[in-house]
Write a protein that binds this ligand. Structure first.
Ligand code: T3D
Length: 263
C-alpha cells in the first residue's frame, strides 16, 4: 500500500497535519487534495481540536501544484486550471481561513507556488531559518493563486508583492520575517519544538474567543473603520456569552490561573 499523502495526528487538543509527498516536495496532486479535504473536515468536526499545525515532510514544505499532472502534449487540450482552483485550491484556502481555531504553519523548507500562499494564509506562520518562499507562478506563465494576490500586498505591501510575483525570486525566511510576511523565523532544529509549544499553548486558550479574533482581523481588510467598530460590537457580544469569558474574569478576580474549556 502506498504512503498516505496527508498524515493527521491529534493529541492534547492539537491536530498535526503533515503534507507527505516528500519526493515531489509535497506538491499537490488530485489524491493529495482529496486527503487534505478529508483531513480538514475531520479537524473541523472534532470538538477536541483547539489548534491546527500544518507542516511538510522531508526537506520541503510544499512546491504547489504537482506539475507532473500538467505536462500536456502540444496537440492536447489545455488543462482547465480554473476548475482545479475552483474545486480544489479555493475550498482548501477558504477552510483554512474560516476554521474557528488557530491555524499554525511550520514551514520546514522551500514553499513555492500554491505552497507559499497556503503557508501565508495560515494565522501564525513560523519558518525554519533555511526555509524560503517563492512565488514561482510567473516562471511558468501563471498568476499567484491560493489567495496570493490578496495576501501578498496586505502582508508585505504592494511594491514587494509585485516584486515577488513578477520576478519569482526566492525570499529567505529571515527576509520574510523582516517584511512582515510571517510571525517568526526559528533555527531549523527548533522549528517543530517551538511550533508545538505554541500550538499546545493556544489549545489551552479560549478557543471561541480566538476564533472571533481571527474573524475580526480577517474581515478588517475589507471594512471601513466604522464597519469594523460595528463588527467588534457584534463579535464582542458573542465573546461575552462564552463560558471561557466567565472563567477568565472569575480567575482574574480570584487571582488564579484560568482553566479554559474552549466553550
Ligand atoms: O495547476 C493547477 O491546478 C493550478 C494551480 C497552480 C498552483 C501552483 O502551485 S502553480 C506553481 C507550481 N510550482 C512550481 O512551479 C514550483 C516548481 N518547483 C520548483 O521551482 C523547485 O522544485 C523549487 C524551487 C520548489 C525547489 O528547487 P530545488 O532545487 O530545491 O528542488 P528540485 O530539484 O527542483 O525538486 C526536487 C524534486 O521535487 C524534483 O524531483 P526529482 O528530480 O528529484 O525526481 C522535482 O522535480 C520535484 N518537484 C519540485 N516541485 C515540483 C516537483 N514535482 C512536481 N511538481 C512540482 N511542483
Amino acid at each position: 500500500m502506498s504512503e498516505p499523502s496527508i498524515l493527521l495526528e491529534i493529541d492534547q487538543g492539537v491536530a498535526l497535519l503533515t503534507l507527505n509527498r516528500p519526493a515531489n516536495l509535497n506538491s499537490f496532486n488530485a489524491e493529495m487534495h482529496d486527503q487534505m479535504r478529508a483531513a480538514l473536515s475531520q479537524v473541523r468536526k472534532d470538538a477536541s481540536v483547539r489548534a491546527l499545525v500544518i507542516t511538510g515532510s522531508g526537506r520541503g514544505f510544499c512546491a504547489g501544484q504537482d506539475l507532473g499532472d500538467r505536462n500536456v502534449a502540444a496537440s492536447d487540450a489545455a488543462p482547465d486550471l480554473g476548475e482545479s482552483i475552483e474545486k480544489r485550491y479555493n475550498p482548501m484556502l477558504r477552510t483554512l481561513r474560516d476554521l474557528p481555531l488557530p491555524v499554525i504553519c511550520a514551514v520546514n523548507g522551500v514553499a513555492a507556488g500554491a505552497g507559499a500562499n497556503i503557508a501565508l494564509a495560515c494565522d501564525i506562520t513560523l519558518a525554519a531559518r533555511s526555509a524560503s518562499f517563492i512565488q514561482a507562478f510567473c516562471k511558468i506563465g501563471l498568476i499567484p493563486d491560493s489567495g496570493g494576490t490578496w495576501t501578498l500586498p496586505r502582508l508585505a505591501g504592494m511594491a514587494r508583492a509585485k516584486g515577488m510575483a513578477l520576478l519569482g525570486d526566492k525570499i529567505p525566511a529571515e527576509q520574510a520575517e523582516s517584511w512582515g510576511m510571517i510571525w517568526q523565523c526559528v533555527d531549523d532544529e527548533k522549528l517543530m519544538e517551538e511550533t508545538m509549544k505554541l500550538a499546545r499553548h493556544l489549545a489551552t486558550q479560549p478557543t471561541k474567543g480566538l476564533a472571533l479574533i481571527k474573524r475580526a482581523l480577517n474581515a478588517s481588510a475589507n471594512n471601513t473603520f466604522d464597519e469594523q467598530l460595528d463588527l467588534e460590537r457584534d463579535l464582542q457580544r458573542l465573546a461575552g456569552r462564552t463560558d471561557d469569558y466567565r472563567e477568565g474574569v472569575a480567575a482574574f478576580m480570584e487571582k488564579r490561573q484560568p482553566s479554559f474549556k474552549g466553550q
